[in-house]
Structures are given as structure tokens and as C-alpha cells.
Write a protein that binds this ligand. Structure first.
Ligand SMILES: NC(=O)c1ccc[n+]([C@@H]2O[C@H](COP(=O)([O-])OP(=O)(O)OC[C@H]3O[C@@H](n4cnc5c(N)ncnc54)[C@H](O)[C@@H]3O)[C@@H](O)[C@H]2O)c1
Length: 232
């Protein structure tokens, strides 16, 4: 579970633990990570998913601890919004590095053990923005759309080994990531959502639990949209 010190990632980690999974998390905020580990009894490391070698070391450590990894949720994500005309190379690159390359690093590190196990689930957290676009988020939209192509290609690569790769595309979910929106922006967004409200982290967690369960054993390469009807 990447990026699980708060928000959607924390809700997913808690739900998976409630379903009986042993959970390991990583995040960049070390203080918060230690708090969450202590509170929930998760394993965890302060690892930046953009750092390939740190990710590989984390997966080796988890394999030593557990001997197997059954479910991976690529959830770590950031935004660095701005119009394309003024977007710095750094804002472009950082968003791609965390949201897309991070999922590549983690998936690559776990795929060999999963292939040996002949089972495994990888669930990538994309976004409605990867499907619909959003002005001021060319970097984020590219990364999240990229994650969908990545999900489909890896699903085809690994299906014969019993590994299922799927994605979830949340709409507007109440977390720190969306807290920066003004009240006026939030009201406008709500007015665009057929179900009339923004989502909660647990709405996404429910979809992850489904994709991690035996109930989804015949589903791979797909995206579940959790957006209140924002994009139909
Ligand atoms: N909140 C929304 O409305 C929304 C909508 C669609 C998609 N998403 C996606 O859902 C995921 C979770 O979003 P959230 O709203 O909970 O965000 P958040 O900002 O509340 O949490 C992000 C988490 O990712 C971790 N993280 C960030 N960069 C990292 C890195 N380089 N390495 C490891 N961990 C890192 C943070 O420590 C934190 O735990 C993200 O991928 C985001 O793009 C969110």
C-alpha cells in the first residue's frame, strides 16, 4: 500500500486490515508514518516511490518478513497544478515520477515474486482527470491516463500467471489533496455530480476491497470509476 499515511490510502489500508490482511504502508511524511504504524499495527517504511532502489529494498524487506505479497495498491500521488504555458519541467517531472513511475517501480519489484506465487493483485489508483482532463492539470492527467495504459498492458503480460491488474478512477474525494479548493469551487463541483456530493475515502476503499477479493477473480485490465456519476 503506497502513500497510506492519510486520505484514500489510509482508508484503504484500514479496510484491508479489517478484512484480515496484514498491511504494510509507505509514505513520505515520516512523523505521520510512525503515528499511523503505531495506531494501526501496520508495517511501514518512509520510502519515496519515485526512488527505484528504495522501492526495491522495501519489497525485499517485506518478502523477508512475510514470504509473499498478495495485494499491492499503487496509491501514492501528488499534484503540482498550473497552466501548461507556465509549467516548469520540475512540476511536470515530479508528478510523472510519483504518480506513474512510482507505480512502475513498485509493480516491477513485486511482479517476480507474484509470478512465482502464480497469484497476486495490483490495484492502481488513477483519477477521473485521466479520462476527462482538467485545465491546469496536464501533468496529473497525463500521469493518471498513463496509469490506465500501464494497467491494461501489465494485465495482458501477467494474466497467464494468475495475476490480476486493475485500476480505480476516483472522482472528487474529500482528502487533503482536495482541501485546497475554495468553498465556491467545491459547490460548483458538487453541482456537476449527479449524486450531488463529493466522495469519501471509504468509497474508494470499498472498491479496492472488491478488487482484492475472490469476488473479482474474473476481472483484469479494468477500471472502476468511483465518482458519483461525474463522468458517465
Ligand atoms: N482526493 C481526490 O479527490 C482524488 C481523486 C482522484 C484520484 N486521487 C488519487 O488518489 C490517491 C490518494 O490521494 P489522496 O487524496 O488520499 O491524497 P493525499 O495527498 O491525502 O495522500 C497522498 C499520500 O501519498 C503519499 N505520497 C505522496 N508522494 C509520495 C511519494 N513520492 N512516495 C510515497 N508516498 C507518497 C503521501 O505521504 C500521502 O500518504 C492519489 O494517487 C491521488 O492522485 C485522489
Amino acid at each position: 500500500m503506497t502513500g497510506a499515511t492519510r486520505g484514500i490510502g489510509l482508508a484503504v489500508a484500514r479496510r484491508l486490515a479489517a478484512e484480515g490482511a496484514q498491511v504494510a504502508i509507505c509514505g513520505r511524511n515520516e512523523t505521520l508514518l510512525e503515528q499511523v504504524k503505531a495506531e494501526h499495527g501496520f508495517l511501514g517504511l518512509a520510502v519515496d516511490v519515485a526512488e527505484r532502489e528504495a522501492v526495491q529494498a522495501m519489497i525485499r524487506w517485506l518478502m523477508d518478513e512475510w514470504g509473499h505479497i498478495d495485494i499491492v495498491v499503487n496509491n501514492a500521488g501528488i499534484t503540482r497544478d498550473g497552466l501548461l504555458m507556465r509549467m516548469s519541467e520540475d512540476d511536470w517531472q515530479q508528478v510523472l515520477n510519483v504518480n506513474l513511475t512510482g507505480a512502475f517501480h513498485v509493480s516491477q519489484a513485486v511482479i517476480r515474486p507474484m509470478m512465482k506465487q502464480r497469484s497476486g493483485r495490483i490495484i492502481n489508483i488513477s483519477s477521473v482527470v485521466g479520462f476527462a482532463g482538467s485545465a491546469g492539470q496536464t501533468n496529473y492527467a497525463a500521469a493518471k491516463a498513463g496509469l490506465i495504459g500501464f494497467t491494461k498492458a501489465l494485465a495482458k503480460e501477467t494474466a497467464s500467471r494468475g495475476i490480476l491488474i486493475n485500476a480505480i478512477a476516483p472522482g472528487y474525494i474529500d482528502t487533503d489533496m482536495t482541501a485546497a479548493l475554495t468553498e465556491q469551487q467545491t459547490e460548483w463541483i458538487k453541482s456537476q455530480i449527479p449524486l450531488g456530493d463529493t466522495g469519501k475515502p471509504d468509497d474508494v476503499a470499498g472498491a479496492v476491497v472488491f478488487l482484492a477479493s475472490d469476488d473479482s477473480r474474473y476481472i483484469t485490465g479494468q477500471t472502476i470509476h468511483v465518482n458519483g456519476g461525474l463522468l458517465i
